[in-house]
Design a protein around this ligand. Structure first.
Ligand code: NAD
Length: 440
């Protein structure tokens, strides 16, 4: 099939590469010339395990191309995937300008049948708006080219995006046009060979499913974070509680980990957008999700609080080693990362920091700018030198079993503040450390 993917970010580039991998002829469009230049010269602009190899393989096979030429992109694909960003607007609702601009481009330039597939996370009713925007463009130039709009939200996880796209748990197709549904079934058949995972819904239900899923996951995290704070006060261990809870199959072990708050490009923005949509479009106050958001905002300061409780409110002259900057392991994405709040708390209290992250350091430097109080280390151990404490923010695998002897030798004092509960407290304490974790 001939496919155009509009937007080559985490979702667009992964979708484009995976669709090419199974034999499709894919053209990826982005307005960001630098991104396209990097892609055309064999690089990739983001870190995502397995993606670079897949992109290079499919470019070499002639199935994957990149362009900034909108007319060429609209001409190319019968399927036009919209995978542009939907960042929060000033009031927290999803900013639809990029999705609607992409839709208008399609309407303005299409000359044959198109199926416009919306992969971006968008508020309920967007498929209708995309449909109307295209109709408006066609009307303006007196054209009557046929088209359909499909809502096909993406559920991939950054850090496992290629794997998720190639082996999806489910594929939601929100559409009413039979021809478009048939095309979507054919398109996704290679990704679900052992059983049918495609769920056909109406467009509005598809749009809401994506927000509902992310809101549910964010709720589990905030719920566990609140319980962790309670467990700490009551002298219970949240890790034991978590295992006891998770063994109930109605609850399950997944996504039940307490920590220092959720971040990333999706949960914070999608929870906000759902709260806004509910208030603006339905007059509903989503009380549970409002609490989820509040709890998360507070949780992002939990590490800063713990450090100040131990070392005092004034941290001038103190130096900290920070392990992990990305909002989660296996990504370089720094959007809404809890590390940003921690760093702000430490700097505001007068401290300096040496940070280490296996892949997110250049992205962190870009986001944090030229900040002389933050240095970056080349190895986790280098970051420790002369620090008053080690603070762990992201649970990269390489942090799971450190050399505690070496840690103690390099740190100025044996204090570990662990935002991800990586270690057994009894073991770490037996190694002579003061160990502050979450909810235990
Ligand atoms: P991103 O910011 O990484 O990438 C978006 C890209 O779209 C950018 O490169 C931008 O230059 C490009 N763009 C914007 N307007 C354009 C236009 N008119 N024509 C061509 N290109 C244009 O975003 P992302 O993280 O890939 O997310 C995209 C959407 O998918 C969002 O709605 C997001 O909520 C959703 N989503 C993201 C994830 C994730 O893990 N990142 C997962 C599922 C769904």
């Amino acid at each position: 099939m001939k496919i155009t993917v509009i937007g080559t970010g985490y979702v667009g580039l992964v979708s484009g590469a995976c669709l090419a991998e199974v034999g499709n002829d894919v053209l990826c469009l982005d307005l960001d010339q630098e991104k396209i230049r990097v892609l055309e010269t064999g690089g990739i602009p983001i870190y995502e395990p397995g993606l670079q190899d897949m992109v290079q393989r499919n470019v070499a096979a002639g199935r994957l191309h990149f362009t900034t030429d909108v007319a060429r992109a609209v001409q190319h694909g019968t399927l036009q995937f919209i995978a542009v960003g939907t960042p929060p607007d000033e009031d927290g609702s999803a900013d639809m300008q990029y999705v609607l601009a992409a839709a208008r481009n399609i309407g303005r330039l299409m000359t044959d049948y198109k199926v416009v597939v919306n992969k971006s996370t968008v508020p309920v009713g967007t498929a209708d708006k995309v449909h109307a925007a295209i109709a408006d463009e066609l009307r303006q130039r007196g054209a009557q080219t046929p088209y359909a709009v499909v809502s096909n939200p993406e559920f991939l996880k950054e850090g496992a995006a290629v794997e998720d796209f190639m082996r999806p748990d489910r594929i939601i197709v929100g559409a009413s046009d039979e021809r478009a549904i048939l095309l979507m079934r054919a398109l996704y058949a290679p990704f679900q060979r052992n059983r049918d995972r495609l769920v056909v819904t109406d467009a509005r239900s598809a749009e809401l499913t994506k927000y509902a899923a992310n809101a549910m996951l964010a709720t589990r995290i905030s719920f566990m974070n609140e319980l962790a704070n309670l467990a700490e006060k009551l002298g219970a261990d949240i890790e034991m509680v978590r295992q006891g809870m998770g063994s109930d199959p109605r609850i399950g072990y997944h996504f039940l980990y307490p920590g220092c708050g959720y971040g990333g490009s999706c949960f914070p923005k999608d929870v906000k957008a759902l709260i806004k949509t509910a208030a603006a479009d339905a007059g509903l106050n989503l009380k549970v999700l409002t609490a989820v958001e509040d709890a998360n905002a507070a949780q992002k300061h939990v590490l800063g609080h713990k450090i100040k409780q131990r070392l005092g409110e004034d941290l001038s002259g103190r130096h900290f080693a920070v392990w992990g900057l990305a909002f989660k392991p296996n990504t370089d994405d720094m959007r809404e990362a809890p590390s940003l709040e921690l760093l702000a708390d430490l700097l505001a209290a007068g401290a300096t920091v040496t940070a280490y992250d296996p892949v997110a350091m250049s992205e962190a430097q870009r986001v944090l700018g030229d900040e002389p109080r933050i240095r970056y280390a080349q190895t986790p151990n280098e970051a420790l030198e002369g620090a008053d404490a080690l603070v762990i923010v992201t649970e990269w695998k390489e942090f799971r079993s450190p050399d505690f002897e070496l840690l103690k030798a390099r740190l100025k004092q044996p204090l570990i503040v662990d935002g991800r509960n990586l270690y057994d407290p009894a073991w770490v304490r037996s190694q002579g450390f003061d160990y502050l974790a979450i909810g235990r």
